[in-house]
Ligand binder design. Sequence first.
Ligand code: DX5
Ligand code: ZN
Length: 222
Amino acid sequence: MAVKLAPSLLSADFSRLRDEVKRIEDSGAEWVHLDIMDGHFVPSITIGPPVVKALRPHTGLFMDAHLMVSEPERHIASFVEAGVNLLTVQAEATVHLDRVLRKIKEQGIKAGVALNPATAPAVLEYVWPLLDLVLVMSVNPGAGGQEFIPAVLPKIKAVAREIEARELTAEVEVDGGGNRTNARQIAEAGATVLVAGSAVFKAKNGMSLIKEVNTYGRKTGL
Ligand code: DX5
Ligand code: ZN
């Protein structure tokens, strides 16, 4: 199976989101990463359910919503209604991780947990069976265009190993600072989905990175 590249719309032209989504779809993407920020868990505010809902009829892409939002349990229903396929919540943003994951799964969509650079995967110990994806943050959440933090590479590997050891099928998504130079290394560490915003929308020939990453095989036996 191939490694997927999930372009983050955060670096797209917000005045023409529908065209930007079409552009990544035409360039071979299967997923689109939606960065939702609430001005509380992180200082910035980005988009919410109405924008996601407006895009939904115009694309067949798998909508991967990353909630950088405090108390995500309050927003699950509205994102499900907007048509996302996967909701990932930050482990640090809720004191009810088990409850929020169950609530997402009950709605019939996929569930993920994101770990900030300083958060250990140990928080996942008792929720593994509920997880479709683990998102390893490779920058501190809040903005696009930051530099990849190499200290998270062993964490990517640890998460990938744990999934294999438990014979689970959860994806290992890595988010932040991914680009043409470090993509291979991130995949080698065990990422199955790589998020990239600026490297796709702001770099020269950025769209070609989507198919390039698709040629990488998924790493096993780490
Ligand atoms: C950071 C977001 C990331 C990020 C990706 O808060 O979760 O998705 O914007 O953008 P780049 O690839 O520019 O780091
Ligand atoms: Zn993200």
